[in-house]
Ligand binder design. Structure first.
Ligand SMILES: *Cc1c(COP(=O)(O)O)cnc(C)c1O
Length: 376
């Protein structure tokens, strides 16, 4: 490849510049303004998906900031246990440490690569006082939400949903980002739509949204002078950046359709090889943010060998997220499996993320498929 073929890069369309220009013309550069308000309303409309559910969005400068405020809203305090997805990006779980909470990691099921409800149930047996669950939808594949919600309700636990990778994916027709008491989207540079950097907190409670806004704007009390009773943060999204988001939102469905095409094309291309694609449930509609492969057990080549070979051809691939319970920084955190065998360690040793950029041509994708085929 002459130019590097990446996992996922920004795809702009033109409307983004329209909203940015408008911000410049009207001097809505700072601090907040019309683009932020509109981006929040438009995102809420999208997530409501024709229902009349209440939905309040707060645009922030990163998905991580949104996760941090979600953890605060859920009331996590020093020493509190939070039951967390184990196979994920560290950004999902770091905010728990910001608040002094303790992550207990929950293994994944093979059917979605997401939190295994059976392991979550076991975790509640061991930690009956756990009051918060932090769940991720990996690579845009919805987790088994009916079971997860049932278990959370049974144990009276607050669900935080990290839908950073799953914007536009649905489960039983309901949008990811609307299952949590507090849910989070990310518009980081490699996500399905991007603002160059940014995030969104989503909740059905106006009061929670207002509280998060307060924290995100330095916890300023309503006084003529700067009056503070709580620690605050500078987490708001800029109005210029929100303009990019408004333009991107118009193309979300189109991005999703292209991601699916890429996934289907890999699936077709790999027919007959000893590997499978990242799996999903029948009642879910993933956004296919990243297409991944899982080498069959006993296959002689490793994901790292494939990665190195493709890298020589200027093609980016990456192992799956290294499970959090295997990370040095979380060496003291507990890890719960359904039956003693760590599914995530197995997935990590055999899985690989493939180029899933929607600007990739069919010819370019064929090169990737052929290079991998030749390795068997
Ligand atoms: C990208 C990502 C985040 C963090 O989002 P940022 O906007 O980069 O802070 C959180 N969780 C997961 C699973 C992600 O992939």
């Amino acid at each position: 490849m002459e130019k590097r073929l990446a996992l996922s890069t920004p795809t702009m369309h033109g409307e983004e510049m329209y909203f940015i220009n408008e911000a410049f013309e009207k001097n809505w550069i700072a601090p907040l303004g019309f683009n932020c308000d509109s981006f929040e309303k438009e995102t809420a409309e999208y997530l409501k998906n024709g229902t009349d559910n209440e939905m309040y969005c707060l645009s922030l400068n990163s998905g991580t900031a949104a996760l941090h405020l979600a953890v605060k809203l859920a009331g996590v305090k020093r020493g509190d246990i939070v039951l967390c997805s184990d196979m994920t990006f560290a950004a999902t779980v770091n905010p728990i440490s910001y608040e002094g909470g303790k992550q207990v990691y929950i293994d994944s099921e093979r059917e979605t690569w997401n939190m295994d409800p059976a392991a979550l149930e076991k975790a509640f047996e061991k930690y009956p006082n756990a009051k918060v669950v932090m769940l991720v939808h990996l690579y845009g594949t919805p987790a088994r939400m009916d079971k997860i919600i049932e278990i959370c309700e049974k144990h009276n636990a607050v669900l935080i949903e990290d839908a950073a990778e799953a914007f536009s994916a649905t489960y039983n027709g309901k949008q990811c980002g609307t299952f949590g008491k507090y849910s989070v989207l990310s518009f980081n540079g490699n996500k399905i739509i991007t603002t160059s950097g940014g995030g969104m907190l989503v909740t059905d409670s106006k009061q929670s949204r207002d509280k998060a806004f307060f924290w995100a704007t330095q916890s300023r009390e309503p006084f003529p002078w700067y009056e503070h009773k709580e620690i605050g943060y500078n987490y708001r999204m800029s109005n210029v950046v929100a303009g990019i988001g408004r333009g991107q939102l118009l193309h979300l469905e189109e991005h999703k359709a292209k991601k699916r095409e890429i996934y289907e094309r890999y699936k077709e291309g790999f027919k007959g090889l000893p590997l499978t694609m990242n799996p999903y449930l029948e009642n879910s509609d993933p956004n296919f943010w990243l297409s991944c492969i899982l080498l069959n057990e006993g296959v002689k080549i490793t994901p790292i060998e494939i990665m190195e070979k493709l890298n020589k051809e200027n093609i980016e691939t990456r192992p799956l997220w290294k499970p959090m319970h295997m990370q040095e920084v979380f060496a003291d955190n507990d890890f719960i499996t359904a039956n003693g065998q760590a599914v995530n360690e197995d997935l990590f040793s055999r899985g690989l993320c493939l180029p899933s950029d929607i600007k990739m041509t069919a010819e370019e994708q064929d090169v990737v498929i052929d290079l991998i085929k030749k390795m068997f």
